[in-house]
Design a binder for this molecule. Structure first.
Ligand code: SF4
Ligand code: SF4
Length: 394
C-alpha cells in the first residue's frame, strides 16, 4: 500500500468509501457479512481510512461501517464523517445531530469531519448565522471530537477560491470529484490547483465517476486493453490520480470483493502513467463527453441582455448531459431566480459571439427543461428533511 504523510499521520492513499455497500438481494438491506469480509481484505492490504456520511444509505452506512470496524482497535484506523448541512429541514440542534453520528459510528471522536456537499446553493445554509453550523462544528473541534476539519465540494472554482480565502486556516483538506474525465468536465484541474495553492490536501471522491470509468464502453475499453491486457479500466483512473502529488486520499466506493482486490493491486506501489497512457485517457475523456465544448472564455457574456452567467450554465448543462444526477440542480438552485436558464430570451447574441460555434440558446432551453423535469435536489431533499426530523425527534 502507498501511504501519505498528512499532519503526522500515515494515511493509506486508498480510502474505503462507504456510500455504496453491498446489498443483500433477498432482504434489500446491507449485506453486513460481505461488508465485514471486504473491510478485512482492505485492512489486511493496508487501507486505514474509512469515509461515511450522515445520509449515506438512508443513515445505515454509519452503522454498517461501525459494525465492521468495531472488530479492530480504534487507533488502527481513521474515520471520516460529514455534517449534512445541505439536507437540513431548517435550523436544527447541530450538536445533537453531530452526537447522533458519533453514537452511530460507535466512537468518541472523528479523525476527519467534513461539511458535506458545499455548492453555490448549500453554502448559503452553511454560512447562515441562523443555522449556526460553522461555530458549532468549530466547538466540536475545540472539544477534541473532531481532529481534522474539511469540506466536500461540488461547486465551481470561483466559489472554492472565495471560501478558501475567507476561511484561511480553518480547513485542512477539501474533498472534490476528480478523475481524468472531470479534470476538464467539472473543472477538477482548476479546483486541484486552488486547493494545493492554499496548501491544503486534496481528497478525491468519485475517482471512477460512479463506476463509469471502471467499466468503459467497448471502444474505450479496447484502447486500454491494447496498452496492457492485464490491467482493469479502473486501474487507469486510479493511476491518473496517483500521479497528482497534492492528492492525499483517493476514496473508492467498493461493493464487490473483486474491486477491493483489484484496487489493492493498483495501490501496491505508485505506477506513474506513461505519456502514451495519459494521452489515451484524455482522448477517452473527450470521447465520453456530451454537451457543448464551452471553454469558459466569456466572449458571449457582455452582450447578454439578461446578464446570464452563460459558461456557468453550460457547465451545468454538460454535467446533466453526461449523467443524470442532482449535482447540477444544486448548482442551479444557487442562482438568483432571474439568472436561471429559463430567463434566456433566445436573442442569439451569445451564439454570434461564440468562437466555438455553440448554439447557446438551444442548450439553455434544454437546460431549463432538464432543471424543471430532470433529477432535482429539492425532491430528494424532502425525504432527507423528514429523516433528520425523525432522528432529532422534531
Ligand atoms: S440567447 Fe439567451 S443567453 Fe444568449 S445572449 Fe440572448 S438571452 Fe443571453
Ligand atoms: S463564448 Fe462560447 S466558449 Fe466562450 S464562454 Fe461563451 S459559450 Fe463558452
Amino acid at each position: 500500500m502507498i501511504y501519505n504523510e498528512f499532519q503526522g499521520m500515515n494515511l493509506s492513499r486508498l480510502g474505503f468509501g462507504c456510500m455504496r455497500f453491498a446489498m443483500d438481494p433477498a432482504t434489500g438491506e446491507i449485506d453486513q457479512a460481505k461488508v465485514d469480509a471486504m473491510f478485512d481484505l482492505a485492512i489486511a492490504g493496508g487501507v486505514n481510512y474509512f469515509d461515511t456520511a450522515y445520509p449515506y444509505l438512508d443513515g445505515k452506512s454509519e452503522l454498517a461501517m461501525a459494525k465492521a470496524l468495531s472488530r479492530y482497535p480504534r487507533d488502527s484506523y481513521y474515520i471520516a464523517d460529514k455534517f449534512p448541512g445541505h439536507s437540513l429541514p431548517g435550523p436544527v440542534d447541530n450538536i445533537a445531530l453531530f452526537n447522533i453520528s458519533l453514537k452511530k459510528c460507535g466512537v468518541e471522536y472523528f479523525d476527519f469531519y467534513l461539511l458535506h456537499n458545499i455548492t453555490e446553493w448549500s453554502v448559503k445554509i452553511y454560512e447562515s448565522p441562523e443555522y449556526h453550523i460553522i461555530p458549532d462544528v468549530l466547538k466540536m473541534k475545540e472539544e477534541g471530537k473532531i481532529r481534522h476539519l474539511g469540506f466536500s465540494f461540488h461547486g465551481g472554482p470561483e466559489l472554492l477560491e472565495e471560501l478558501l480565502t475567507r476561511y484561511e486556516g480553518m480547513f485542512e483538506f477539501v474533498q472534490i470529484q476528480c478523475n481524468y474525465l472531470d479534470w476538464t468536465l467539472q473543472d477538477a484541474k482548476k479546483k486541484y490547483d486552488i486547493i494545493t495553492s492554499h496548501g491544503l490536501g486534496v481528497w478525491v471522491m468519485e475517482p471512477c465517476r460512479g463506476g463509469k470509468l471502471a467499466v468503459l464502453n467497448e471502444d474505450a475499453h479496447a484502447r486500454l486493453q491494447a496498452l496492457d491486457p492485464e490491467k482493469s479500466d479502473a486501474s487507469y483512473a486510479f493511476r491518473f490520480l496517483q500521479d497528482l502529488p497534492g492528492v492525499k486520499m483517493i476514496l473508492s466506493g467498493m461493493n464487490e470483493v473483486f474491486q477491493v482486490e483489484d484496487n489493492l493491486r493498483t495501490f501496491e506501489a505508485h505506477q506513474p502513467l506513461s505519456e502514451k497512457e495519459r494521452e489515451t485517457l484524455f482522448d477517452i475523456a473527450e470521447s465520453l463527453k456530451k454537451g457543448v465544448p464551452c471553454t469558459g472564455c466569456r466572449y458571449c457574456c457582455a452582450g447578454c441582455p439578461m446578464e446570464l452567467n452563460i459558461p456557468y450554465l453550460l457547465e451545468c448543462y454538460n454535467d446533466y448531459k453526461f449523467a443524470a444526477s442532482v449535482s447540477p440542480s444544486m448548482r442551479l438552485d444557487g442562482l438568483d431566480d432571474d439568472k436561471k436558464p429559463a430567463n434566456c430570451i433566445g436573442c442569439g447574441q451569445c451564439a454570434h459571439a461564440c468562437p466555438q460555434g455553440i448554439d447557446v440558446p438551444a442548450a439553455l432551453a434544454e437546460l431549463a427543461e432538464l432543471y424543471a423535469n430532470g433529477p432535482n435536489w429539492s425532491v430528494q431533499a424532502r425525504s432527507r428533511h423528514e429523516a433528520i426530523k425523525k432522528d432529532l425527534k422534531m
